[in-house]
Unconditional design. Structure first.
Length: 368
């Protein structure tokens, strides 16, 4: 639940009216208090003072690059913790004086020394070097929107807010397991999509297969994924990391390539080969619904196990390690690719000797 308001400098700051409006809603769970998110880069003191002295504000998130500060001692209410997201590289303080002081990262991380009795709130700061300074880089509708930085900031904000506002907390493992049940167990497209947000996306990194948006992803699941996987498909979980808004799995994907599996090996007819491939999935969750899946795997071992990669390939260089090729000869290099042993080593680090692919990996053969 949130209330949004915009105030130009010098106007009324309707913070209390917004809080009262939220409190009047029966859907609003106000037990943990409220958090405030600011996009203001030049923060007037009357705004900052109102936030500081409000007993209802339990946490502050600022995308404006500067902390909220108070001119008075907070004797009646604790100072709310703050998290500050800063765009662009750190720049030196300007030599000219400004009514609103410029703050550097060191200012943000250091307590105020204006008086010996002034309480200093807990302030966390994060800098996003590739986001453009003095822009609305966090907002998808802005021309300077930087999705990579915005995604990081969103996760850090959730991690900051949830303990201070008493949640909400969701069982992310259960949400992901339910999705996998519908996807691989029941093989039900409608149920699978019901576990996702309105506009989700799936990105299989090595083959760039998947879909962006409800329509495209439903089509992908229906025609290229859920019913395309062989009946003996198995996901052997190796590790799981549960974060604030995501679940990260390491697993071995096992199948017999008895049909064309376009999401995994696009355009490749059935080889009949058994495949055991190390996978990693990063599953983003918004509320109690999946919003995206980033799936990665070792495509080289998938191709090798399917019998689609030669062991040796032509090397086009004229010399190797200072040695020129002889007349009528050519160089070949051995592809540094392993087979199913990559999956075994993921499960048991001692099952395969490390560094086995290192060493001399070239040869000279007749150029026929």
């Amino acid at each position: 639940m949130c209330a949004c308001f915009r105030v130009d400098d010098g106007g009324e700051f309707p913070l209390q009216r917004a809080i009262d409006g939220l409190k009047s809603l029966k859907e609003c769970d106000q037990e943990g208090g409220f958090g405030l998110i600011s996009y203001v880069s030049r923060l007037p003191y009357y705004m900052s003072e109102a936030v500081y002295t409000s007993p209802d504000i339990k946490a502050i998130v600022s995308y404006g690059g500067r902390p909220f500060a108070s001119l008075s001692s907070p004797s009646t209410s604790p100072i709310p913790p703050q998290i500050i997201h800063i765009a662009g590289p750190d720049t030196p303080r300007r030599e000219s004086m400004s009514i609103v002081p410029e703050l550097t990262t060191s200012d943000l991380l250091s307590p105020s020394t204006s008086t010996s009795t002034l309480q200093t709130p807990s302030i966390k700061t994060f800098r996003y070097l590739n986001a453009k300074k003095d822009t609305s880089w966090i907002l998808p509708s802005d021309p300077d929107y930087h999705p990579q930085s915005a995604g990081l900031a969103h996760t850090r904000t959730l991690q900051f807010l949830k303990p201070l506002l008493n949640g909400p907390y969701f069982d992310l493992e259960a949400i992901w397991d339910e999705h996998c049940l519908y996807e691989f167990g029941e093989r039900d497209v409608a149920k699978t999509m019901s576990t996702m947000v309105a506009e989700p996306y799936v990105n299989h990194i090595p083959t760039m297969t998947g879909g962006v948006g409800q329509k495209a992803l439903t089509d992908f699941y229906t025609n290229h994924f859920i019913f395309a996987n062989p009946p003996d498909t198995e996901l052997d979980l190796v590790s799981r990391t549960v974060g604030t808004d995501r679940v990260i799995d390491e697993f071995v994907f096992k199948l017999t390539h008895d049909r064309q599996v376009d999401w995994l090996l696009p355009g490749v007819p059935a080889t009949g080969k058994k495949l055991e491939i190390p996978f990693t999935s990063v599953v983003g969750i918004r509320g109690d619904r999946l919003c995206h899946e980033h799936i990665s795997w070792d495509q080289a071992t998938a191709l090798q196990q399917a019998g689609l990669l030669p062991e040796w390939v032509r090397f086009e260089g004229e010399a190797v390690e200072g040695r020129s090729k002889s007349e009528g000869m050519r160089f070949e290099v051995k592809l540094p690719v392993a087979g199913a042993e990559t999956a075994r080593k993921l499960v048991d680090e001692g099952s395969v000797v490390s560094n086995g692919l290192m060493g001399k990996g070239w040869r000279e053969v007749e150029d026929v």
